[in-house]
Design a protein. Structure first.
Length: 384
């Protein structure tokens, strides 16, 4: 739609300076100030995630962020990015991505933001826009369209209810939904699986916790399993070792070895599962700031004030084992071991996310352990 005279002062600013990046990061918290379920991400973490100096995603991706301003005030933001590692879905189709969308509830602002992002993608030969991805498909995925009544868990997004409609006004349609499931400590694995678990591990299967003394090596093993297990999933983009190392470095302070499990079959790494303490529960009242006590304050809240919820962001079994009897049972053995450890440490709520809507095996596992779908995130697409 054309801009009317009331929006003549609406300006799009390509983010290019540290001050503009600071404004870009700060905007969603102001827009969501009245939302009691909003949790401001740590400014330090967001700055590192959006900087080429500290996020290896930029090694294989081109990114441009945009701010929308009106009358000297920031009123919206969006990113456009092209990940060179993303496989293209069909001959002749070249996908570009958008993300980080947040704006005042004004159709003109959304129109201006998407016009800027789409023009940037189109100028680089992209035929379709897909998103939101913040910034990678291996990070925050999708726009929240159901489940606004609860706060997000760690590394999950939270959007305002009007955003989905505004995105659709720009010609975007659903490409895929991804789900988050919530379970409590009373859920258990199905009786038939429970009986097999109670028999003990079969010959050749070993479960073990994360070995912090070999942390870097463990991260490499996890990356190898992850890329193999997820390679046939919709939208799969391989995670580089540099990206996994950066994430592992960022999480090293908060990850608990008792909640991270590896499975081996006949001496070969075969699967893994991560329960991640819900850091959002610990930072909800910090307004994105750790100062003056930095990590000490966060670690105290995690370990002394005791966070009660955890998220399972990563789980995988190598394809070569997935169809065998032992391989099919690995998720249940790992889930049982991880949840027993988590309950013993005082955790009582668990999110399993994100799960593709058509990933039937993972959907069945989430439901089998008592998970209830409570949030839906939508990935949109549009031909440019």
């Amino acid at each position: 739609m054309p801009f009317d005279s009331a929006n003549a002062d609406l300006t799009i600013v390509p983010v290019g300076t540290p001050d503009e990046l600071k404004r870009f990061i700060a905007l969603p918290a102001r827009l969501s100030a009245k939302d009691r379920n909003w949790i401001t991400p740590l400014i330090m973490e967001r700055t590192e995630a959006l900087s080429p100096k500290t996020n290896p995603f930029f090694d294989h991706a081109e990114v441009q962020m945009f701010l929308a301003t009106r009358g000297g005030r920031d009123v919206g933001r969006i990113s456009a990015q092209i990940d060179q590692l993303t496989p293209q879905p069909a001959p002749g189709r070249l996908d570009g991505h958008f993300g980080m969308i947040a704006a005042e509830d004004d159709p003109a602002v959304f129109q201006a933001l998407f016009r800027a992002a789409e023009d940037w993608l189109r100028a680089r030969g992209r035929t379709h826009a897909l998103g939101p991805f913040n910034l990678s498909i291996n990070e925050e995925v999708g726009l929240l369209v159901e489940g606004f009544d609860t706060p997000p868990m760690v590394m999950m997004g939270h959007d305002q209810p009007y955003v989905g409609g505004r995105v659709e006004e720009q010609g975007y349609v659903k490409a895929k939904d991804v789900f988050a499931y919530i379970a409590d400590e009373n859920g258990d694995i199905p009786p038939i699986a429970q009986r097999r678990v109670e028999r003990g591990l079969p010959k050749g299967v070993v479960l073990r916790q994360l070995d912090m003394s070999r942390y870097d090596e463990e991260v490499e093993t996890l990356t190898d399993i992850l890329n193999d297990a997820w390679k046939d999933n919709w939208g799969f983009t391989p995670t580089t070792e540099a990206e996994t190392r950066q994430l592992a470095k960022a999480l090293k302070q908060v990850i608990d070895k008792r909640l991270t499990w590896f499975a081996e079959i006949d001496g070969e790494p075969a699967g893994f599962l991560v329960f991640l303490p819900n850091v959002n529960e610990a930072i909800a009242d910090l307004d994105g700031k750790l100062l003056p006590f930095g990590w000490a304050k966060l670690l105290w809240r995690l370990k002394v004030k005791r966070v009660k919820s955890a998220r399972i962001p990563l789980m995988g079994v190598k394809r070569k084992f997935a169809t065998s009897q032992r391989g099919r049972m690995l998720p249940f053995w790992m889930m049982k071991a991880g949840r027993d450890a988590a309950v013993g440490l005082g955790y009582n709520r668990f999110e399993i996310s994100w799960v593709l809507e058509d990933n039937t095996p993972m959907t069945r596992i989430a439901e089998a352990v008592g998970g209830v779908k409570y949030k839906t995130y939508r990935v949109y697409e549009k031909a440019l």
